[in-house]
Write a protein that binds this ligand. Structure first.
Ligand SMILES: Cc1ncc(C[n+]2csc(CCOP(=O)(O)OP(=O)(O)O)c2C)c(N)n1
Length: 643
């Protein structure tokens, strides 16, 4: 007997938001189920932001039922929860199947990826400001589209969101803000705003009355007039029972809390908001990870997960013998230093596990602070602590530290305060893409006076650098890459490094490669190949410091070499290689330099670091070829290495 042919999925028939609108209301829960299955199937294989997306399935469906993109503008904060939006806007099938891989859908939203992506993002807290700009542009142009900002509860810990909120009513009369409240940032959301939202959504007296009266009003035919009376009641009772909504004080009409998994309630509230003549905030309560047990049980682990088993929820184990991640080595080291010195304080902007500071939080909680998604505040907070003799360590990814550039200059460096910055994800974050690559920090820090800038060649040197930084009288920045270290054995006692002193690893009489951080390993491969293939004697320097540079060693070598090569995991413009060129130029040293780094382009997401390096002519093969060519063009013959 042949098995019955499975009925086609509704999801396969969704090619654009018009197809979502064409479904009968009773088909929507079926579509929601299929979307969840698809999200789980793809992220189990590719990894990705599964928890946030499972939480917004009904919300995104409701948005596409009520609004019409691309005319109406949906602006998602961070945009990590945009997978459902992708599936409803013609980006399903194979394209979604290759989510976060080369040639597949990005893990965030991009204007270049789809006309349905009103605004690109990857960093938190940008949606409300951008949406307000769009709403204001609409008002100035006299057009009529709707603008909706979809913000998570943690977005309201960002200064920018609050700055935008402060400007809403003075800028427009028509803006819809969705507060998608799941009580979680990556870790549990923190601070007074999180406590306030919790109070707003859990006032039992209010919610009991709310449900009774909502049922009463729902017995009338729906209509804007009835909605208005209902909302007036809500506003007044909310003010009575829960003091007054913070959002109303900013001039927005507050609707909610709404069950974010009840499509009917969501659609009704969005329809109502559409007709309002004042800005509206709809407070939507969702469950991060809804539909996947492991994600509900471990929201932090499943915020952004690597590949996992969808049944057991187990993450795929790294191969036996994989060295520990830099973040874990950092976490263990700061915990050890904090135990030895009560003045050492670890600070994170909502990323305790990603930065490794969760080790410190667990073992020395009184020396750990999670300040929310508030990088500017984190740096200023650290500066304040430093004025009182503490040794604050801000653990902030390279890309997110961009947010705090002014406090770095104006508050930390100018006052020469001893704040240490540990910048994980320096280099590529391949599956995430351009919003997350840490390729600019040397360039944005190198010109700032008073700073010490360094990058370790391996995890043991990372511990030495942290140990050294904690003794310096001024600001220090340590950058290191995402993922596993090299497997270097950690010394029992860390060494104090001499600031500005590079490490000569191997002498060379034809070429010296000055490599920074993990590029030292790349230099070793290149040197071996150049020796074998061209008979060249290639030396290697582990630069350690990009500021101050080891000028003595550099100028000494340059004086007697045909070619210097610089290697860094950073944009070539303004990076470590540029620092080397400046030093040579200032000393009137004409030695040619092959400066290798990332080109002047935003690097897209890709399947792996190796795939992206190859795409940009930075694979080991490419580099060997490039250095050989440059050496040949110089007309220099191999020089016999001294015995
Ligand atoms: C400036 C910045 N800092 C940190 C992050 C890392 N990050 C990504 S999502 C996220 C939490 C977002 O929480 P919320 O806005 O509540 O959305 P949810 O994931 O809960 O839906 C954080 C901290 C970021 N993207 N941008």
């Amino acid at each position: 007997m042949s098995s019955p042919t499975p009925s086609p999925r509704l999801l396969d028939g969704i090619r654009s938001p018009a197809d979502v609108k064409a479904l009968a209301p009773e088909q929507l829960p079926v579509l929601a189920r299929e979307i969840r299955d698809e999200l789980i199937a793809v992220t189990a294989k590719n990894g990705g932001h599964i928890g946030p997306n499972l939480g917004v399935v009904e919300l995104t469906l409701a948005l596409h039922r009520v609004f019409t993109t691309p005319e109406d503008q949906l602006v998602f904060d961070v945009a990590h929860q945009g997978y459902v939006h992708k599936l409803l806007t013609g980006r399903g099938g194979d394209f979604f199947g290759k989510l976060r891989k080369s040639g597949g859908a990005s893990g965030f939203l991009y204007r270049a990826e789809s006309k349905h992506d009103a605004f690109g993002a990857g960093h938190a807290g940008t949606a409300l400001s951008a949406a307000l700009g769009m709403a204001t542009a609409r008002d100035l142009r006299g057009s009529h589209e709707h603008v909706v900002a979809v913000c998570g509860d943690a977005a309201f810990t960002c200064g920018i969101t609050l700055e935008a909120l402060n400007n809403v009513v003075s800028s427009t009369k028509r803006l819809i803000v969705i507060l998608n409240d799941n009580e979680w940032s990556i870790a549990k959301n923190v601070g007074a705003i999180a406590r306030y939202l919790n109070r707003l959504s859990t006032s039992e007296t209010y919610n009991k009355l709310h449900h009774d009266v909502e049922a009463f009003f729902k017995s009338f035919p729906t209509g804007v007039e009835m909605n208005r009376v209902y909302m007036k009641w809500k506003r007044e009772t909310k003010d009575f029972f829960v003091e007054s909504s913070l959002f109303e004080k900013f001039g927005l009409r507050y609707l909610g809390p709404v069950d974010g998994h009840n499509l009917d309630a969501l659609v009704k509230n969005l329809e109502f908001a559409k007709h309002c003549d004042v800005p509206v905030l709809i407070h939507v309560l969702t469950k991060k990870g809804k539909g996947l047990e492991a994600a509900l049980a471990y929201p932090e682990k499943f915020h952004g997960a690597g590949p996992y088993d969808p049944v057991s929820g187990e993450h795929n184990k790294s191969a036996a013998g994989t060295p520990p991640n830099y973040q874990d080595v950092f976490g263990a080291a700061i915990t050890r230093f904090a135990k030895q010195n009560p003045k050492v304080i670890g600070i994170t902007g909502a990323m305790p596990s990603g930065t490794g500071l969760s080790h410190l939080a667990k073992e020395v909680p009184q020396q750990f602070f999670d300040v929310g998604i508030a990088e500017e505040h984190a740096v200023l907070f650290a500066a304040g602590l430093a004025t009182k003799g503490f040794r604050p360590v801000c653990a902030i990814y390279s890309t997110f530290l961009q947010r705090a550039y002014d406090p770095i200059i104006h508050d930390v460096a100018l006052q020469n305060l001893p704040v240490t910055f540990c910048m994980d994800r320096a280099g590529l974050s391949p599956n995430d893409g351009p919003t997350h690559h840490g390729l600019f920090d040397i360039a944005y820090l190198r010109g700032v006076p008073n700073i010490t800038g360094m990058q370790p060649k391996d995890e043991d040197e990372l511990v030495d650098m942290l140990h050294t930084a904690l003794q310096l009288p001024g600001p220090a920045f340590i950058r290191y890459p995402r993922g596993a270290g090299t497997g270097a054995k950690l010394k029992p006692q860390p060494a104090t490094l001499t600031v500005g002193q590079a490490e000569l690893l191997r002498e060379g009489s034809n070429i010296m490669i000055w490599a920074l951080g993990p590029m030292v390993q790349e230099a070793q491969k290149i040197a071996t190949r150049l020796a074998a293939e061209e008979g060249l004697s290639v030396g290697i320097v582990n630069a350690r410091f990009y500021k101050p540079l080891d000028r003595t060693l550099l100028l000494g070598q340059a004086a007697c070499l045909p070619l210097l090569v610089t290697l860094e995991d950073h944009v070539a413009a303004g990076g470590f290689g540029s620092a080397v060129l400046e030093a040579l130029q200032e000393a009137d040293c004409p030695t040619p330099v092959e400066r290798i780094g990332w080109p002047d382009r935003f690097v897209e997401h890709g399947s792996s670091v190796d795939v992206l390096r190859a795409a940009y002519g930075l694979s080991t093969d490419d580099l060997v070829r490039r250095i050989k060519d440059r050496y040949r063009r110089l007309g220099a013959a191999p020089v016999e290495a001294e015995a």
